[in-house]
Design a protein around this ligand. Structure first.
Ligand SMILES: Nc1ncnc2c1ncn2[C@@H]1O[C@H](COP(=O)(O)OP(=O)(O)OP(=O)(O)O)[C@@H](O)[C@H]1O
Ligand SMILES: [Mg+2]
Length: 424
């Protein structure tokens, strides 16, 4: 048998063989695209933890816009991005798609209609003393040209944070002006990690537009969708799978989008050369995926945290299920208020979530296990003190008092499942 290529793609920014569980976001976007200026969803800010699928959702939305004939300006929010749009990307689109207007016209205004379509643009002749186009000017020109073809411009911005504060201020003000005040067909999608977005919205003036944008949080995906995300590519590439094997794979992902691809890939590898994926292949693959997720997701996530954050997490890892804040504070040798501040930071970072009154639990699959294996002595030391005797991860636990938890954990505000979006 000739082995088909592995269909699964556990890699950041790489679109999956089947995008699942994001139907709501796709529908809102399509409606906004069709309804025109003023529709909710013309400007949307997506947040979610690492690997929740922000970039691949942006990819899917961009594809939809392209299929409708829209110009898509897809960028990462780095310093210099406003300049990149004004001087490189928009002029390139103008040259490629509106060569007449790019060469001879200088757009000075636009008469929009309520829907943003069908207005007219006014121009002066060629400028003998051309100035470098501002972002607002370039965007106006492109959107006006697109409007004449009943299309528009989508600005899709990934990884937003206050690192690109100046550019985001300029971009927000110009998108608001062109797309919302002038009534030109401009849509705006942006994505970022929740703490980066919170910080940006709180600390950076001039991004009111972003604060008013629609918000969508990308949470875990429901079991029915995970099942489809795994089963359909497997069937498409002519392998079959035992129902028990599929169940084990679904459970192994814990609904975490990155893990869907990682489990899929590892199970496929385990079943290499076989026509049917069995429960044994599934167990092998899930096991490998559990070992790999630490290096791919947990390690980079933990690197961004302070020693006290890590200490807090290491103390949580002592528990087999949700941890009590009061107990964590006690283990760290700090008071509850102090521990609560760290609890809040870690919740905002989407590393942990509330799990009942005064309790928290890990949000990322396998993080407890990863910490148990890797937490260093340093990470366990309480701030300014010596290691409490209870801080060793290897300390025997009273396992009878805590339920062993394997069930799905859902952070607050998570979205649910829905039919699949487009394939890539
Ligand atoms: N809805 C989904 N269905 C199936 N697979 C998904 C889905 N969303 C994401 N994935 C897969 O998860 C992985 C991570 O996706 P992506 O890179 O978009 O995450 P992200 O949220 O942008 O992460 P980061 O915050 O690190 O940039 C990719 O391999 C992608 O194919
Ligand atoms: Mg991303």
């Amino acid at each position: 048998m000739v082995e088909a290529p592995n269909p699964f793609s556990p890699s950041f920014g790489t679109s999956p063989p089947l995008l699942v569980g994001r139907d709501e976001q796709l529908t809102v976007f399509i409606e906004a695209l069709e309804e025109g200026v003023g529709a909710p969803g013309r400007a949307t800010l997506y947040t979610g933890q690492r690997g929740s699928g922000k970039t691949v959702l942006l990819n899917a939305l961009e594809d939809i816009a392209r299929r409708q004939g829209w110009h898509v300006l897809s960028v990462t929010a780095r310093p210099g991005v406003a300049h990149q749009l004004a001087r490189t990307l928009i002029p390139q689109e103008m040259r490629d798609h509106h060569p007449e207007q790019a060469r001879t016209s200088h757009v000075t205004g636009f008469q929009g209609t309520a829907a943003g379509f069908g207005g007219g643009i006014s121009r002066t002749g060629e400028d003998r003393f051309p100035v470098e186009p501002s972002l607002r000017h370039a965007l106006t020109a492109l959107a006006a040209a697109a409007a004449q073809r009943e299309a528009g411009v989508l600005i899709s911005l990934d990884e937003i944070s206050s690192n690109a504060a100046g550019d985001l201020q300029e971009l927000c003000q110009d998108v608001q002006h062109v797309g919302f005040r002038e009534g030109l067909p401009v849509m705006f999608t942006a994505a970022g990690l929740e703490p980066s977005v919170q910080q940006l919205l709180a600390d950076v003036p001039g991004v009111t537009f972003l604060r008013r944008a629609e918000r969508a949080h990308l949470g875990p995906v429901g079991d029915a969708d995970v099942t489809r995300a795994l089963a359909e590519p497997i069937a498409h590439f002519d392998k079959s799978i035992e129902p028990e094997a599929l169940d084990r794979m679904v459970t192994g992902t814990q609904g975490y989008p990155f893990m869907i691809q990682l489990v899929g890939r590892e199970v496929w590898r385990a079943a290499r050369g076989q026509e049917t994926i069995t429960a044994r292949h599934a167990d092998l693959g899930v096991d490998r995926a559990n070992r790999r997720i630490g290096q791919l997701v947990h390690q980079p996530a933990l690197m961004e945290l302070s020693p006290t954050d890590k200490s807090f997490l290491a103390q949580m890892a002592l528990d087999d299920g949700p941890s009590s804040i009061a107990v964590i504070a006690q283990r760290m040798g700090v008071n509850s208020n102090y521990a609560s501040q760290y609890r809040l930071r870690l919740i905002q970072a989407e590393i942990i979530h509330e799990a009942g009154r005064g309790q928290v639990d890990f949000s990322l699959p396998q993080m407890r296990e990863y910490l148990r294996e890797h937490a260093t002595h340093d990470a366990l030391r309480p701030p300014g003190g010596s290691s409490p005797s209870s801080s060793h991860l290897t300390e025997p636990q009273d396992r009878t008092s805590r339920p062993s938890r394997q069930e799905r954990r859902r952070p607050p505000g998570s979205t649910s499942s829905g039919p699949a979006g487009p394939r890539r």
